[in-house]
Write a protein of this length. Structure first.
Ligand code: AMP
Ligand code: TRP
Length: 327
């Protein structure tokens, strides 16, 4: 199967991104043809400082590699290095209705948060995302729950285009993990853990030091009951159990049994240690990749070339269908 996913180079890659997305990518790359992109064109919908955007693109790419995404198995690249994304996005935007875009939760949410910068890109963001996916005849898109609505729009656009112009695009399926599809903030367990959260204690980055990770888990907000049990009414401890299970491989039920009689304090230390241990090799590899920018650039370039080769075939087909003269 062909798999596609992407991540915006904003903030830092959190354990939410890791559990909800990257961890599944690692499994999928073993048996499938995968493409994973740093979606820097998507990141532009919110104001960026150019030098920081560039640095973060390198950093995110190094984090991909440090997590175990393997350029021998998957195509890893930076979105803006493959111009076909923008080309297809324009074409698809002409089969998308403004009403469909205005309904998107992320658009409404980001408009509220960036009142002084409700740019057209914020509205057409899902069209670019559809282009990312449809360029590569993608079968499956592994994402967290927050992207489900964008995936549904992608499917609608593919079907609409196919009906209007004849069979062109593969209609992709979302792939959303059952457990961990929404890791929540350590400071407000009712809100998703977000890369761009300003409260440092709310998120854990995959390259945080062991000390910082321990501190953040010790400060994690829970309720007052002090019993290690998963339930909808207790989002704080349930979130910690989900994180623990994702990094230890132990099921939630088994962890509940093992920590029976223990308090939140003990459990927070156990979660912190488990996460810090699991991420320690990621941190080390990350530092090594960041020390060799030339190698990072080589891998980026190779990925972009491979992606571009596939994308240009789709573009050629699309242009023919819609009546553009051949170039
Ligand atoms: P983003 O941080 O919006 O660039 O998202 C990158 C990927 O991580 C997408 O597949 C998201 O659905 C996923 N993701 C982001 N935040 C979380 C979270 N708190 N829990 C689970 N998955 C997440
Ligand atoms: N919009 C996604 C997010 O914010 C990132 C993304 C961009 C993406 N292009 C994609 C995800 C294509 C899946 C497929 O999380």
């Amino acid at each position: 199967m062909r798999i596609y996913s992407g991540i915006q180079p904003t903030g830092c890659i959190t354990i939410g991104n890791y559990i909800g997305a990257v961890k599944n990518w690692l499994e999928l790359q073993e048996e499938n043809e995968c493409l994973f992109a740093i979606a820097n064109q998507h990141a532009m919908t919110v104001r960026q400082v150019p030098q920081e955007l560039r640095e973060r693109t390198y950093s995110f790419f190094a984090q991909f590699l440090a997590c175990g995404l393997d350029p021998e198995k998957s195509i890893l690249y930076v979105q803006s290095n493959v111009p076909q994304h923008s080309e297809l996005a324009w074409i698809l935007s002409c089969t998308t209705y403004i009403g469909e875009l205005e309904r998107m939760t992320q658009f409404k949410d980001k408009s509220r948060k960036n009142e002084d910068n409700i740019n057209a890109g914020l509205l057409t963001y899902p069209v670019l995302m559809a282009a990312d996916i449809l360029l590569f005849k993608t079968d499956l898109v592994p994402v967290g729950k927050d992207q489900k609505q964008h995936l549904e729009l992608t499917r609608d656009l593919a079907i609409r285009f196919n009906n209007r112009y004849g069979d062109t695009f593969v209609v992709p399926e979302p792939y959303i993990p059952k457990q961990g599809a929404k890791i929540t903030s350590l400071q407000n367990p009712l809100e998703k853990m977000s890369k761009s959260d300003k409260d440092q204690n709310a998120t854990v980055s995959i390259i945080d030091s062991a000390d910082v990770i321990m501190k953040k888990f010790k400060r994690a907000v829970t309720d007052s009951e002090n019993r290690i049990a998963f339930s909808e009414e207790k989002p704080g401890i349930s979130n910690l159990l989900t994180i623990y299970s994702a990094f230890s491989g132990e099921s939630i039920e088994s962890a509940e049994r093992r920590f029976e009689g223990k308090g939140y304090g003990d459990f927070k230390i156990a979660v912190g240690e488990t996460v810090a241990d699991a991420l320690s090799p990621v941190r080390e590899k990350y530092a090594a990749y960041m020390a060799d920018k030339a190698e990072l650039e080589r891998i980026m370039k190779e990925g972009a070339e491979k992606a571009s080769r596939i994308a240009s075939r789709t573009i050629a087909k699309v242009k023919k269908k819609i009546g553009f003269v051949s170039d």
